[in-house]
Design a protein around this ligand. Structure first.
Ligand SMILES: [Zn+2]
Length: 335
């Protein structure tokens, strides 16, 4: 069995930072999001080591080690994402929605109606486990961190008999996460504009969202996460706040190492988290250079009172329930 630490979070909650920080431990490795989406322009996508992803020597070694296990593997089309099985029908069913146990059983049944899902799921499970095994083998690690974030992926990884999964539930003030979702190129990508979009620069206008859309996405992801956590034994998961992580990375890192049964003494200093992480794909912050960890609180100065009210109408109540003070405007919405 491979030990896998899964970061469960809404988008733009600091999961890439957390994965890189955990990889400062000698026994921990990460590639960021193991459920990497298909990379449209792989020739112009950079690994966090700085190399173009297809030129990166580490990813070539992964490809060779997977081939040794009779698996054809290409990091630009990794085939590890459950929601990519079988096209639009499966993709829609895997979207984060507010679900309870009954709705989850309905989702399982609906997925089971897809022949492609039934035929392909065992192979995707095996592929994920073998990739985790190869990452540990090549880096000499005991634990692999997957920052893929979604609850639906976690649900299937928990059923994988080759994996021993522990969960870190990472929560960030929804107003900060929503601002990043509204404009990921400005608020959730590499600081240097020429390194955005995987390392080729440019504007991501197609991904811009309204505050209502961003708040809904944050709320649904957290609701789905909370439903799943309610089904797990308490020893299997731990809570973490993005704001606490940034305020005290050393202390929070130690707490997480203990949770993962790792000796904190085997970690390198926090400010070496970029070098330690190695070869990460996902959020653009992996291509930054700053060694200092600082919380991004831009939402406090950037969001207008109308935008804060729009957030509260959709997600204010859940944000308060998660401990983020009073709603920024009179609470009206469900949550
Ligand atoms: Zn690399």
């Amino acid at each position: 069995m491979i030990d896998l630490a899964y970061i469960l979070a809404a988008r733009h909650s600091g999961s890439t930072l957390l994965a890189m920080l955990l990889a400062t431990h000698r026994q921990v490795c990460t590639m960021g999001e193991m459920a990497t989406a298909y990379l449209d322009d792989a020739e112009r996508y950079r690994c966090s080591c700085g190399a173009w992803i297809r030129q990166c020597r580490f990813w070539r070694s992964v490809q060779e080690a997977m081939a040794g296990r009779a698996v054809i593997f290409d990091i630009a089309a990794a085939g590890t994402d459950f929601s990519s099985i079988g096209g639009r029908y499966v993709r829609r069913l895997c979207l984060p929605l507010h679900r309870g146990p009954l709705a989850e059983r309905c989702r399982d049944a609906a997925l089971g109606l897809s022949g492609a899902w039934r035929r392909t799921l065992p192979a995707v499970q095996r592929r994920n486990a073998l990739l985790a095994e190869v990452l540990c083998e090549l880096t000499g690690s005991q634990v692999v961190v997957d920052s893929s974030k979604t609850a639906v992926r976690l649900k299937y990884l928990l059923r994988n008999p080759m994996l021993n999964v522990k969960v870190i539930h990472l929560v960030r003030d929804g107003r900060g996460a929503a601002l990043a979702t509204m404009g990921p190129d400005r608020c959730a990508d590499a600081a240097d504009p020429v390194r955005r979009q995987g390392g080729v620069g440019g504007v991501r206008a197609a991904e811009w969202r309204s505050m209502a859309q961003a708040a809904r996405q944050w709320r649904r992801s957290n609701e789905e996460a909370l439903h799943l956590l309610a089904t797990l034994r308490p020893s299997r998961w731990i809570d973490l706040r993005y704001e606490a992580l940034c305020a005290d990375p050393e202390g929070q890192r130690r707490r997480l190492f203990r949770f993962l049964a790792l000796d904190p003494a085997e970690a390198c200093p926090v400010d070496q988290f970029r070098q330690a992480a190695g070869h990460v794909i996902g959020n653009g912050m992996r291509l930054d250079t700053a060694a200092i960890i600082a919380a991004d609180h831009r939402w406090r100065s950037v969001l207008t009172s109308e935008q804060l009210a729009a957030f509260d109408a959709v997600a204010g109540r859940l944000n308060v329930r998660l401990g983020y003070g009073e709603a920024s405007a009179p609470p009206g919405g469900v949550g």
